[in-house]
Design a protein around this ligand. Structure first.
Ligand SMILES: Cc1cc2nc3c(=O)[nH]c(=O)nc-3n(C[C@H](O)[C@H](O)[C@H](O)COP(=O)(O)O)c2cc1C
Length: 353
C-alpha cells in the first residue's frame, strides 16, 4: 500500500534507498568540546533504515552555538567524532546529511561553556526565551551586529563546515534557513534592519544567505547541498506577515544553483498552499515535512514532492520504515527526556521484535 514511499530516489548527487527521510532533531547529547560521542553513534546507527538521516543542527563555528550540548563541525575532534557516526550509518546501509545550523542571535551564553560573540544582522534582541543548561527558558542577550566586511569570511565559514562534513564522511549537508536562526534572521525584516547591501528589501536581505549557499556549493558541489525553510513559522521572533515576499528572492536565487533538495516545513493553515507557492518559485527536488502520517506522506508523494521527512515519529521508532511498511502501531516518545543529555530516552527505544 505504501510502495511509493519505498521507491529509491536521487536527490542531486545523493542516492536514497527509500523516500522516508529522518528530519533534523536537536537532542543535546554531544560530549565535551561539542564532540559527537558514542551514544550519538548508536542513536544514528539505529535509524539507518531511513532513506536519509538529516542530523541535528550542528554549529559551523564557536559563534554558531546557542543551545546546550549541540555538536560542532569546526574542530578536528568534532570531525573525528562525526566520522564514527557516518561510518556506523553507512555500515548499516544508510545515508546521512549534516544539518548546519548557525543560531545567530538565538543564544543563551551559559549553554556554550566558553566566551564568544553573539552575532546577528542587526542589534535587535530576540523577543522570546531559550532553555539554558538546566532546561529553564531564559531571555537571550543583545547580539552584536555584523560589519559588512565580516560577511565574506562568515560565508567562508559555512563553506569550511561543508568541507569538514564531507571529510567526516557525510553524504551531504543541509543549510538551516528555517526557524529564526542566522540565515532566516538575514531573510526576515524583524531581525534584519540593515541599511547596507545586506538589508532593505527582500532581494537585499537574501544577499548574505545566497553568498553562504554559493560558497558551500562551490566547496563541495551543489548536488550535495540541501536547504531547509519554514515559511510562515514565527518561531524565534520571525515576522510572518509576508512569507512569500520575504522568501521569493532567496528561493529564486537558490533555484539557479542546482542544489540537491529543498526541505520544506509546511506550516499548513498558518501558511496556505506552501508546496504550491514553493513550486512556483523554485525548480528542483522537494522534501515535505511537518505532521505527516504514512497516508498524508503518500498523498504528498503523488504531488510535486520527491521525498518526505518525519521527525518525532523517529524518536521512539528507530525502525520507522519497517513499521510503516507493515502497518504496525507507532511507539510514543517520552518528551520529558528529549534534552537530558543522557542515553535514556535517546538510544534505548527498541526496534520491533
Ligand atoms: C526534539 C526536536 C528537535 C528539533 N530540532 C531541529 C533542528 O535541529 N533543526 C531543524 O531544522 N528542525 C528541528 N526540529 C523540527 C523537526 O525537524 C520537524 O520539522 C518537526 O518535528 C515537525 O516534523 P514532525 O511532525 O514529523 O515531527 C526539531 C523537532 C523536535 C521535535
Amino acid at each position: 500500500m505504501y510502495a511509493r514511499l519505498f521507491e529509491p530516489v536521487q536527490l542531486g548527487e545523493i542516492s536514497l534507498k527509500n523516500r522516508i527521510i529522518m528530519a533534523p532533531m536537536t537532542r543535546d547529547r554531544a560530549g565535551p568540546d561539542d564532540v559527537p560521542n558514542a551514544i550519538m553513534v548508536e542513536y544514528y546507527r539505529q535509524r539507518a533504515s531511513a532513506g536519509m538521516i538529516v542530523t541535528e543542527g550542528t554549529q559551523p563555528s564557536i559563534e554558531g552555538k546557542g543551545y546546550w550540548r549541540t555538536p560542532g563541525i569546526y574542530s578536528a575532534a568534532q570531525i573525528d567524532g562525526w566520522r564514527h557516526v557516518t561510518d556506523a550509518v553507512h555500515g548499516a546501509g544508510g545515508c546521512i546529511a549534516l544539518q548546519i545550523m548557525h543560531c545567530g542571535r538565538v543564544v543563551v551564553p551559559a549553554n556554550r561553556g566558553y566566551a564568544a560573540d553573539i552575532i546577528a544582522p542587526s542589534a535587535i534582541v530576540m523577543d522570546g526565551k531559550v532553555p539554558g543548561p538546566d532546561g529553564v527558558p531564559v531571555p537571550t542577550a543583545m547580539p552584536r551586529p555584523l560589519d559588512a566586511d565580516e560577511l565574506p569570511a562568515l560565508a567562508d565559514g559555512f563553506a569550511s563546515a561543508a568541507r569538514n562534513a564531507i571529510d567526516a564522511g557525510f553524504d551531504a549537508v543541509e543549510l538551516h534557513c528555517a526557524s529564526g536562526y542566522l540565515i532566516n534572521q538575514f531573510l526576515n525584516p524583524a531581525s534584519n534592519r540593515r541599511d547596507d547591501a545586506y538589508g532593505g528589501d527582500a532581494a537585499r536581505r537574501a544577499t548574505f544567505p545566497l553568498m553562504a549557499l554559493r560558497a558551500m556549493a562551490h566547496a563541495i558541489g551543489a548536488g550535495r547541498v540541501g536547504i531547509r525553510i519554514s515559511p510562515g513559522n514565527p518561531y524565534n521572533g520571525m515576522d510572518v506577515s509576508d512569507p512569500w515576499g520575504d522568501f521569493a528572492p532567496f528561493l529564486q536565487g537558490a533555484s539557479t544553483l542546482g542544489l540537491a533538495y529543498l526541505h520544506i516545513v509546511d506550516m499548513g493553515d498558518a501558511c496556505p498552499d506552501t508546496l504550491g507557492r514553493v513550486g512556483a518559485l523554485y525548480d528542483g527536488a522537494l522534501v515535505a515535512n511537518n505532521m505527516l502520517t504514512a497516508d498524508s506522506a503518500l498523498e504528498r508523494l503523488s504531488g510535486q514532492v520527491q521525498a518526505v521527512s518525519f521527525g518525532r515519529a523517529f524518536i521512539a521508532n528507530p525502525d520507522l520504515p519497517t513499521r510503516i511498511a507493515g502497518g504496525h502501531p507507532l511507539a510514543k516518545p517520552d518528551y520529558g527526556l528529549l534534552y537530558t543529555g543522557e542515553e535514556r530516552g535517546y538510544c534505548d527505544y527498541p526496534p520491533l521484535k
